[in-house]
Design a protein around this ligand. Structure first.
Ligand code: SF4
Length: 369
């Protein structure tokens, strides 16, 4: 059975009426399950809003196992938000290297500066103050306020959306503006306002460990008796997503030009991917290009001899959220070299101190260390 009002947008009065019976002991069942299954994670042991914020930023679009060492690196290196704000951007990006979505690191750094400026270095813990900061949205503000202060605000992340959309077979895409309002309002209806931090953690954990994207473990779920998707065997149809644009293909060739134990590098300052990170001289092609043509372009562009081409790496495919990158790396050892406008040279031994996109950082590790 489907509830028709879910298909046409948020009608909060109806939502409230329908959910009252489930809400009655929803939170009790939820928290009981949480106590059984929860993972011991360091940010669950603290009420410090700064540390909770760091964990939330790191864990966006990142698995817990991958994010954990980064969390420790950041709290050890930057014990306070003021230390983070005062650090050079290069250092923050270097510590972030490998997590991807570098705009998160730059936004995090900007938010730290904003906290120092506006809040005298005291990280806010109320929803109202948090949401007034430029770099903090509803999800992060709700998480920090409820986890650190027990403020009664519901957290809505991808895990929570999956649970709710399956429980009620919600056909509204969660990334539409109507969908965002609907899921928030529903999560607020179900929230145990006296126990909001625990309730929110439990919802997220249920989504992460039980109501999993591909193989939900419905037989272990405390809501299987009332879950519409379980009863209709339609779990994989939810949550509904907006139709995505196809990924854009890009063909990038980096040339690692080595001369007298030094390498030419440049800091990216454009507004698209990898802003603020370092790179080697780059040529972008509009399509797959034969190796001979590609090498000719390199020798012509940088004024080097074809005899100086030392190695050509096989193509690497690298998927970003909205682009598919086909990357070639060409290693050149040049005896004589003309000046490269916009580039500087660094000692090979210094390369590991600079923040590169992960694809280049791995190459550097493999080739030079
Ligand atoms: S019964 Fe299954 S699909 Fe429904 S909420 Fe629980 S885990 Fe998710």
């Amino acid at each position: 059975m489907r509830l028709p009002f879910f298909q046409s947008g948020c009608k909060c009065t109806l939502v409230i009426l329908i959910f009252v019976p489930m809400q009655k002991n929803f939170s009790q069942l939820l928290i009981k399950k949480y106590q059984e299954i929860k993972r011991n994670l360091p940010w669950r042991e603290t009420s410090d809003p700064y540390k909770i914020w760091l964990s939330e930023v790191i864990l966006q679009q990142t698995r817990v196992a991958q994010g954990l060492p980064y969390y420790y690196d950041f709290i050890n290196r930057f014990e306070t938000v003021t230390q983070l704000a005062e650090a050079p951007e290069d250092e923050v990006l270097r510590l972030w290297q490998g997590l991807g979505y570098y705009s998160r690191a730059r936004n995090m750094h900007a938010t730290a500066k904003e906290v120092v400026q506006k809040c005298e270095g005291v990280f806010p813990s109320t929803y109202e103050k948090l949401i007034s900061l430029k770099g903090i949205g509803d999800y992060t503000a709700s998480a920090i306020a409820s986890f650190s202060m027990g403020e009664p605000v519901a957290v809505v992340d991808g895990n929570v959306i999956r649970v709710l959309s399956r429980l009620y077979e919600i056909n509204q895409p969660a990334d539409s503006s109507a969908g965002k309002k609907m899921f928030k309002s529903l999560a607020e209806e179900l929230l145990d306002t006296r126990n909001s931090g625990l309730h929110n953690q439990a919802m997220m954990e249920l989504g992460a460990l039980i109501c999993k994207p591909k193989n939900p473990v419905c037989e272990e779920c405390p809501f299987s008796h009332s879950c519409m998707a379980f009863s209709n065997n339609s779990q994989t149809l939810f949550p509904v997503k907006k139709v995505k644009k196809p990924l854009k293909d890009r063909f990038l060739v980096f040339t690692v030009i080595e001369h007298n134990q030094k390498i030419w590098v440049q800091k990216r300052d454009n507004t698209e991917i990898w802003k603020g990170l370092y790179q080697f001289p780059l040529i972008e092609f509009s399509e797959h290009t034969e190796e001979a043509e590609l090498l000719k372009k390199i020798t012509d562009t940088y004024g080097i001899r074809s005899a100086d081409i030392h190695a050509v790496e096989p193509e690497i495919k690298h998927i970003l959220s909205h682009q598919r990158l086909f990357v070639r790396i060409v290693h050149v050892k040049a005896d004589v070299l003309q000046q490269l406008k916009g580039f500087t040279t660094v000692e090979i031994s210094e390369l590991s101190n600079l923040a590169f996109p992960i694809i280049l950082a791995k190459y550097i590790q493999r080739k030079f260390y």
